[in-house]
Design a protein around this ligand. Structure first.
Ligand SMILES: Nc1ncnc2c1ncn2[C@@H]1O[C@H](COP(=O)(O)OP(=O)(O)OP(=O)(O)O)[C@@H](O)[C@H]1O
Length: 572
């Protein structure tokens, strides 16, 4: 039989999965195989890909038993080649819109149902694909004792190796297996053993057993990307995939409502769904403070026990860390945990509304040794959305709300908002994405009410709703307002501000004026460029970037910008 097409690869893979299921393969192994995608069948080799390193390793270790089923399905020997590839789709789920879009990093496949992702421990069984053709089983005596077996040609990870591996993951000392245990191991597949060890670890740690209350809508594939948040998205996805080398700690900062919590929860949701053996804990600052204060109030060594539990997790996520300011005890508690996790190679993710350096400023500022450690990994910002990103967010939010209401059969289906009105919405919207979401909802509800009255949503309706959502923007700051203000503050003529002069001071004043226009005016970058001597979109972006980079570490400059913003809005 000549098998060479990609569809043959898919068919053969599916047949083999069916065979493995029929043979009673452990649920954990099947769950891992569901996270692989067959990509090609060529010269007797089936190539599959997975977006998860751990899955690639485990599947490769169990290749022999899978190859037995492949051979059974193909009626000829087929070798399995499994590769980790970032962004590879998982076969179990349909490829998402986000994954197929032109986004720079493919979003992970949507979460399979938790029940499938965290399989129940399979009943004790000696799994062996019975119908594997001929090759005589290895004589029992030659089989290395104590190996975890997956049928005749099983994996070669010993219980000791598994213990050491688990100890490395959990940061606890490795225990040795008793002879009785070693015999029991023979009955276990590697995947089952892995699952059991993870379960035992979770049972010991109350932090791991809390119900995950993460909002399942806060996932990577629902995150709308633009230049403003792409780096943060990519870094978060790397962390979710277990890449600790370059992203530890990961520190995400940005103003309120720009998607920091969304990314943190996406990491948590991704790990819970795709790699439940990793213990991942999310806390915002106030939860963390309450937990610490509660433990301190308890008699005995509750605080020590709490610290030990935190030190035994794999990923710690702390949101709104600026909320710890002024809480010296909690900061020390957090810092000790942070140091232990870091030195055990565990991941820490932190989000704040300011940079690590800014966390150290003011009378309640964090100690410098804390800010330098938490800012010593990968620090990335989420920026306010440009017109282009707002437009994309508005389109996505409106579509989702319409789909949700149709699915839930809430009253009449919500009407579509025409493109030109979506453009106006993006122009009028402020920069807080949380408020943009609410704005979309109000526009859709108003559109539905208009339709009941026998008319369409108008531009005036959109303007009115925008004014209610962003009263501060109702003042209507124009590019001219900003230019006049900056010219006065820096004592620069209008010709110099918008002209071609490249004197250092004038260039910096121009960068600041452009940044302020972008913050306050709700105009496209192209519009701003036009009013600054016909400068290009790229030049305007460069100015904005220059100001943001400077403001990151220079608190005086940052405050100056804030004061100018307030000055301009109060004068406009
Ligand atoms: N890029 C995005 N794509 C889709 N939804 C987004 C995006 N950014 C933010 N949101 C949505 O906007 C709302 C606010 O986002 P989020 O809570 O993550 O902001 P935040 O930066 O953590 O704000 P805060 O500092 O106030 O906690 C959420 O509903 C979130 O899902």
């Amino acid at each position: 039989m000549e098998l060479s097409l990609e569809s043959d690869a898919e068919a053969l893979w599916q047949d083999s999965l069916d065979l493995l299921t029929g043979e009673g393969a452990p649920a954990a192994l099947l769950a891992m195989l569901q996270k692989c995608t067959p990509v090609q069948l060529e010269d007797g080799v089936l190539h599959v890909e997975t977006p998860m390193r751990m899955v690639a390793k485990s599947v490769a270790k169990n290749a022999a038993v899978i190859e037995a089923c492949l051979e059974q399905a193909a009626f000829e020997p087929v070798r399995l080649d499994v590769q980790f590839r970032q962004g590879a789709a998982a076969a179990a789920a349909p490829v998402t819109a986000a994954a197929t879009s032109a986004q720079p990093v493919a979003a992970p496949a949507p979460a399979p149902a938790p029940a499938a992702a965290v399989p129940e421990p399979a009943a004790a069984m000696s799994f062996s694909p019975a119908r594997k053709p001929e090759p005589a089983p290895e004589p029992q005596a030659e089989r290395p004792r104590g190996h975890v077996l997956m049928g005749a040609a099983g994996s070669v990870m010993t219980p000791e190796e598994l213990r050491r591996w688990d100890a490395a993951v959990s940061g606890t000392p490795a225990a040795t297996a008793s002879p009785a245990e070693a015999d029991a191991w023979d009955e276990e597949s590697e995947a089952q053993a892995h699952e059991r060890l993870a379960r035992e670890r979770r049972e010991k740690n109350p932090l791991a057993n809390e119900e995950v209350t993460a909002d399942s809508k806060l996932t990577f594939d629902r995150f709308v990307m633009g230049d403003e948040n792409e780096f943060a998205y990519n870094a978060a996805l790397q962390v979710a995939n277990g890449n600790k080398d370059s992203y530890n700690p990961l520190f995400i900062y940005g103003k309120s409502g720009l998607g920091k919590t969304h990314l943190l929860r996406a990491i948590q949701n991704y790990i819970v769904t795709n790699d439940p053996s990793r213990i991942c804990v999310y806390r915002d600052a106030s939860q963390f403070i309450n937990e610490y204060v509660g433990a301190m109030r308890e008699a005995g060594s509750a605080a020590d026990a709490l610290r030990r539990n935190y030190e035994d997790i794999d990923v710690l996520i702390i949101d709104d860390v600026q909320g710890l300011a002024g809480k010296a005890g909690t900061i020390t508690f957090f810092f000790n945990i942070f140091n232990t996790l870091k030195s055990n190679g565990k991941q820490v993710v932190i989000a704040a509304d300011r940079t690590p350096a800014e966390l150290g400023m003011g009378k309640d500022g964090f100690d410098e040794r804390v800010t330098s450690r938490i800012g010593g990994g990968f620090t990335v910002s989420v920026q306010v959305p440009s017109y282009e990103l707002k437009l994309r967010l508005i389109g996505t939010f409106c579509d989702r709300m319409r789909e949700d209401s149709a699915r839930e059969h809430v009253g009449e289906p919500l009407p579509e908002i025409p493109e030109h009105l979506q453009g106006l919405m993006a122009e009028r919207a402020g920069t807080n994405i949380r408020t943009i979401e609410g704005f979309c909802q109000k526009c859709l509800i108003t559109a539905a009410m208009c339709r009941k009255q026998g008319r369409e949503l108008t531009e005036d309706d959109v303007r009115t709703i925008a004014k209610e959502s962003w009263p501060e923007n109702a003042r209507g700051v124009t590019i001219e307002n900003v230019q006049k203000y900056v010219e006065k503050v820096y004592d620069v003529s209008h010709e110099d501000l918008v002209g071609p002069k490249r004197v250092k001071e004038i260039m910096m004043t121009r960068h600041v004026a452009i940044w302020l226009c972008r913050e306050l005016c709700n105009r496209t970058l192209a519009d701003i460029g036009k009013k600054f001597g016909g400068r290009s979109h790229a030049t305007i972006k460069h100015s904005i970037h220059t100001v943001e980079e400077l403001a990151k570490d220079d608190k005086v400059f940052f405050d100056q910008l804030q004061r100018m913003k307030e000055g301009i809005t109060s004068e406009a």
